[in-house]
Write a protein of this length. Sequence first.
Length: 303
Amino acid sequence: MMQKEFYSNGKLLLSGEYAVLDGALALAIPTSYGQSLKATPTSSAQLKWVSYDESDQEWFHAEFDIEDLKINSTSDPKIAETLAVLLQQAKLDNPLFLSDHDGFLVETHLSFPRSWGLGTSSTLINNLAQWARVDAYELLRKAFGGSGYDIACAQHNSPLTYQLKKGVPQVKEVQFDPYFKDSLFFAHLNQKQSSKDAIEAYRNRSFDKEALVKRISTLTQKMIASPNLSEFEILMEEHETVLSEALGIPPVKRSLFLDYPGMIKSLGAWGGDFVMVTGDDNTMAYFHDKGFPTILPYSKMIL
């Protein structure tokens, strides 16, 4: 009986948050952290699912009927229901999925804390899509929505630009290896945000989205080509200002770190997970003193 194993990279969006939903060019990096999935055939007539965290501690389990994917037991009904939706959608997209054996034991392993927001869901969706032999972008779109940049990161091993053109993902690997990368860090704010809620709030705001898309796309191109740290910091600040006006939310530096000497840029859902900061090993003590001890240098975060 053949085991099958899959792996997907985590994700960080360095530019284009929110605007990527409306077609802006975004810069994303796959992370050195990710998630694996191992499927082992069994004779149980069930799909048994066990998820482990970065410390190999079980954080979720469930058992589904292999025929109709009804939840038989679980440690977390809400997560189990979400997983059932994904499994059912994968089976709709490929009716042969799960039909080749009587049952399965599925084990997933994260290499990062779930609170980090590096793609617990997107790495799962991409691994599941590989196993089911379905399109990961379609599986994401039908089950959850979202831009899909995180799926691109799951599938690629270098920095990339991501853009939706008439709803179709355009992914291009790019050379983004700034010589000033030793001055880039990621500080974790440990205030998990709901991407779904954040996207809905963005959708409900009224402003010139065409102008936003154009400005953010230009900033992305300039960030990729930035020749030095000073210009990169200017672009980070401009990106923060543009999105702050669109979202009606103050930039994170103004709200939390006003006296920090370097530049700080929000990532993701604005206010929750990692922020990108400029500085050095010494200035990172500022964040420790503020109660944010989880800080990763760029070289450790990027794949």
